[in-house]
Each structure stands twice: as structure tokens, then as C-alpha cells.
Design a protein around this ligand. Sequence first.
Ligand code: ZN
Length: 171
Amino acid sequence: MNPNTAIACPFAKLHPSELKRDDAYYMAHAFNRAVDAWNADEVPIGAVVVHNGIIIGSAFNQTRMLGDPTAHAEMLAIGQAAQALGDWRLNECSLFVTKEPCPMCSGAMVVARMGRVVFGLADPKMGCVGGAVDLGALPQSNHRFESVGGVLLEPCQAILQAFFKHKRAAD
Ligand code: ZN
């Protein structure tokens, strides 16, 4: 992507109530990382990992900045969470991400034994927690994770659509 075509993200960050720490609360934090991604001229996807109600991993997509195709928001947040816990097993954690995870990130959640996955926008082409396939329910795997989609769908979808619309217009 050409940095000369970058514009500041037109979406404001969300300020969820601290009193109601539900799925939408944590997804709002993931969305705010997507805003950070846009402002870094990255595809606006954000993710957080939560343990006992506390965010222990928080990242946005950085594939362009790092020149690394594996630098998806989920991968970075999972790495931070494992570091924070001092344990690669994340059974007690939940991952919140603005878009349904791709094959790589869904695979990482299987090997990390992620307890629960919550996403905003479903991805019927590449999504691997139910959109295209469900890696959280591999028939021969002994690790399964619960997944919930459609949380804060509207802003999670709108920011991606607006970003790609802007990029197409700038081409
Ligand atoms: Zn991914």
C-alpha cells in the first residue's frame, strides 16, 4: 500500500462502560486497535486476549509495518498473552477479534488451546472458526473452543469496508 494515499481513520474509538465487562466491552477494545491499525496504514483488524477479565494481549495487524505475513493481530496478541502468563497454554483465555480469524490464526488458537473465540465480522471465504471451515471443532482433535460471531458487527464491518473503499479510490 502506498503510504502517500494514507488518511487518518475516520472512525472514533469506542468508550465502553467499565461497569459492564461483556463480550461487547472487550470487542470495543479490539475495535480500538483496528483504529490504530488504520492510522498505521494497516488493514484495520484488532484483537485482544483476556484472562480472568483482564486484557493481557492487545494488538493490531502489522503485516505491512513488519513486512511479515504472520503478523496478524491475533498472532501478536496470542504471543503477548503467552508471555504475560509465562505459559503457552491459553485454555483459560478468550480471544476477541474484529474479523473472523484466518487459517493461520485459527490454527494458532488450536495449538495455544484457546478457551474461547469471539469475533465481529464473519468471513465465509477465509474464516476458520465456522465461516469457511471450523478449526475449533476438528473431528480428531482433542482441543475444541467455543466461538461466537457477530459481536459489534456493525463497526467491525464498517471500518474494513471504508478502508478498502478508500484504498481502491486511491489506486
Ligand atoms: Zn490471521
